[in-house]
Write a protein that binds this ligand. Structure first.
Ligand code: ADP
Length: 304
């Protein structure tokens, strides 16, 4: 089953164009939707989850017309929103059981088995009698996944799930998602490059409502091989370098700025070619002075 998004656009009543003609085909596996805050990720996720309407475009999940056959989508969708609220005074097992009833699983034996299996899958079984109010951020997120899996979904959407998780919880959570990606389409929306780097088989970078880059993380890395250069400069030199070179990022190394520059040839003396990582891909898209577009074969090119 494929998810096919075509010409999807959305402008909010305040004039913000959150999605501009989005085209994406997403297959089974883990898909990373990467973009800075305000890029339009949540708007896209909520639209896919049938919670809001676009102005134009179409979305198909297999044969289901997502924008028209909302109930059919909801039957096969698992959604973990950015703000996932839980009832703090109820324990995980009870709430999961209750949500299973709401999802139409009325046979008690079947429900008990399912709830138990999901608590095991999300590693919450030993904490199943604890009230959700006492759960850590990571446990709450795993509970969110457990509830999203109640209807055995074919499409799982998780919106910014790792924000606020400590490294161990984040790992556990991402491993759980990646297991799910073996049989389903999992869309992980995030502004954290590492989330995508580690697990996704396919990705897109969204910025200002547009898909700026699309491809497999290894392939997009391959495309910028030999084009990222670094140099350590002084703080005072930074504005000048930003003006003269395509500086995609700067960070402090031992208190001095280390800049990364995008260039097909050595930008100037003192620049050293480096092995790019996905963050360089991301910043070359997000911080490019000139607008960049993507060719058919996913090579990054400048629009002018
Ligand atoms: P992201 O999830 O990538 O941070 P969003 O989809 O939340 O991006 O937002 C995209 C843009 O749309 C932002 O400029 C945001 O301020 C705007 N936006 C989001 N929701 C609304 C809304 N309900 N009304 C008006 N503007 C909105």
């Amino acid at each position: 089953m494929k998810l096919i998004i075509e010409n999807l656009s959305k402008t909010y009543p305040n004039g913000v164009q959150a999605l501009k003609n989005i085209n994406l085909t997403i297959e089974k596996g883990m898909f990373g939707l990467l973009g800075p805050n305000g890029a339009g990720k949540s708007t896209l996720m909520r639209t896919l989850a049938t919670l809001q309407e676009p102005d134009q475009g179409s979305i198909y999940l297999g044969a289901i017309d997502v924008l028209k056959e909302k109930l059919d989508v909801r039957k096969t969708l698992g959604y973990l929103p950015q703000e996932f609220g839980v009832y703090p005074r109820v324990n995980a097992e009870m709430l999961l059981d209750h949500l299973a009833v709401l999802k139409g699983i009325t046979n008690r034996k079947e429900r008990n088995e399912l709830v138990e299996a999901l608590l095991h899958k999300t590693n919450l079984y030993n904490d199943r009698k604890k009230n959700l109010g006492g759960y850590s951020g990571g446990m709450k997120q795993r509970f969110g996944i457990a509830q999203a899996l109640l209807n055995n979904p074919k499409l799982i959407i998780v919106d910014e799930p790792t924000a606020g998780l400590d490294p161990a919880e984040r790992n556990r959570f991402l491993n759980l998602l990646s297991e799910l990606g073996e049989n389903t389409i999992v869309i992980l929306s995030t502004h954290i490059v590492d989330d995508v780097k580690e697990l996704c088989t396919d990705m897109a970078i969204l910025n200002q409502g547009e898909v700026m880059l699309r491809g497999n993380p290894l392939q997009v890395l391959d495309d910028i091989q030999g084009k990222i250069w670094k140099k350590i400069i002084t703080k005072e030199e930074l504005p000048e370098y930003k003006q003269n070179f395509q500086v995609i990022s700067d960070k402090r190394v031992s208190g001095r700025p280390e800049i990364h520059v995008y260039s097909t040839t050595q930008p100037a003396e003192g620049f050293v070619s480096i092995e790019p990582d996905l963050e360089d891909v991301y910043f070359s898209i997000i911080n490019a002075p000139e607008p960049k577009t993507v060719t058919q074969d996913n090579e990054i090119v400048c629009a002018n």
